[in-house]
Design a binder for this molecule. Structure first.
Ligand code: CAO
Length: 416
């Protein structure tokens, strides 16, 4: 099956999560992604949190599927020469080294653009160029703090909190993928490559857009009516942490279901969508609430929203999270069970849709990963195993015109 990105060659100079998540996505969609790794060690995640001795860790295999691996010491002249050849015939170079590392290696944007003016050079950094923190190295949680997610996540009486979702890493990789595809379309028009840069701070902030909305509302009116602090608590001059409150105009909360005493995930998320008040009352067996002035409008409900949630928890007490959702869905109430990783891994719908996939791997046996969350009518992205370190070195070097003897010589100087 031909794929939309067939024929697009990508030098994948990425490591850890943010960059690899981007190039993996592009590889699923058909790009020829060649991961350039340091001989002997490779991407640090190959060794991180290993669950099987001597086999690539899941951290690596789940972010590097569908790629080739070329080992190359790009600090040695022989390695630089190979990289230059690759640059001349590639469409995109993606990197997420620490600030200045590519320049120190001798591959500044100017040099790359000189080697191949049509090539797109895509970078992830912690902070954007020119930012007063642009010299900092950044990991996921650092970015969540710098991008506004941590100060607005968690409970008001607890510390700033990190989300388990990779808002700093994979999210930034997704932003970068959009940037690369945009630059590729742009190149079709202009014939020129360009530099595409995404910072982790900016990508987190982009997802915290509604919190910046709330900051401005707070400054104007002094309160935020959908937050648990309203109307009984105090508001300061910054957006507070709102616990599990809904982020839009629809109040919601995580509510206990049958078995919560022993199962820490026996909960559902329940949303009180304004116009769904009548079906909610019917579902809960509380028809008297429908026209009661203390409950009828969102404004009337808000002062005692937690008393309403308590009543709903009473209704949930003899229902499992799945039974509860099965009832509530009939009333068109936006809700979901709080699902564990175990439940997601075994979810037949996610298996059928290709969102959870089992991938055979020569060293590990098969492992589970998250497949493409983007579905197409004319293409089903297939997930293939991540490469072993240097698995495709000979193949890539041969494609660049190196003879068997050249390849042997490169190995002798340990440039590959
Ligand atoms: N051959 C020779 N040298 C290589 C090489 C290769 N194939 N690949 C990488 N290197 C070298 C680089 O040139 C660099 O060397 P110098 O620092 O001497 O110039 C070094 O390896 C890599 O440096 P680094 O700063 O990228 O790595 P680190 O482990 O110290 O930092 C990280 C990791 C992630 C904090 C940093 O890369 C970073 O801030 N990246 C940008 C933000 C980012 O993407 N963070 C998300 C990571 S996912 O959580």
């Amino acid at each position: 099956m031909t794929k939309p990105l067939d024929g697009i060659k990508i030098i994948d100079f990425t490591h850890v999560q943010a960059g690899p998540a981007c190039t993996q996505l592009l590889a699923w969609f058909g790009a020829d992604v060649i991961k350039v790794e340091r001989p002997g060690s490779g991407d640090v995640t190959r060794n991180q949190l290993r669950d099987i001795p001597d086999a690539d860790a899941l951290y690596f295999t789940m972010l590097n599927s569908n790629k080739k691996s070329l080992t190359l010491d790009t600090k040695k002249p022989e390695g630089k020469e190979v990289l230059e050849k690759l640059i001349r015939e590639s469409d995109v170079l993606v990197e997420n080294f620490g600030p200045g590392a590519l320049d120190r290696m001798g591959f500044s944007w100017e040099r790359l653009n000189e080697l191949n003016p049509k090539m797109i050079v895509a970078s992830v950094k912690g902070f954007s160029d020119g930012h007063h923190y642009d010299d900092l190295k950044v990991y996921e949680n650092v970015a969540q703090c710098a991008g506004g997610a941590a100060s607005t996540t968690g409970f008001w009486d607890g510390p700033p909190t990190i989300s388990a979702a990779a808002l700093g890493d994979s999210n930034t990789g997704m932003h970068l993928a959009i940037g690369i595809l945009t630059a590729l379309l742009g190149r079709d028009k202009t014939g020129k490559g360009q530099k595409v840069a995404v910072s982790m701070q900016d990508s987190v902030l982009n997802l915290c857009r509604v919190k910046l909305r709330d900051q401005q509302r707070l400054e104007r009116v002094g309160y935020l009516e959908e937050y648990p602090q309203y109307p009984h608590g105090e508001f300061g001059d910054v957006v507070p942490r709102g616990g599990n409150a809904g982020g839009g105009g629809q109040p919601g909360w995580v509510l206990k279901c049958k078995g919560w005493e022993t199962d820490s995930n026996a909960y559902i998320y329940f949303t009180i969508q304004g116009h769904a008040w009548e079906p909610i009352c019917k579902a809960l067996g509380k028809p008297e609430w429908i026209d009661d002035p203390a409950y009828k409008t969102a404004e009337a409900r808000q002062p005692h929203i937690f008393e309403i949630f308590k009543t709903i928890e009473g209704w949930l007490a003899d229902k499992t999270k799945f039974e509860a959702v099965d009832i509530l869905r009939k009333f068109d109430i936006p809700c979901a069970p709080v699902l564990t990783m175990k439940e997601l891994a075994n979810d037949p719908s996610l298996r059928a849709s290709g969102t959870i996939v089992e991938v055979p791997h020569s060293k590990r046996g098969s492992y589970l990963t998250v497949g493409s969350p983007i579905k197409f009518s004319d293409m089903k992205p297939e997930v293939t195993a991540s490469p072993l370190l240097g698995e495709h070195t000979d193949e890539v070097l041969a494609s660049l015109g190196y003879s068997k003897q050249d390849i042997f010589n490169l190995r002798e100087v340990k440039a590959v």
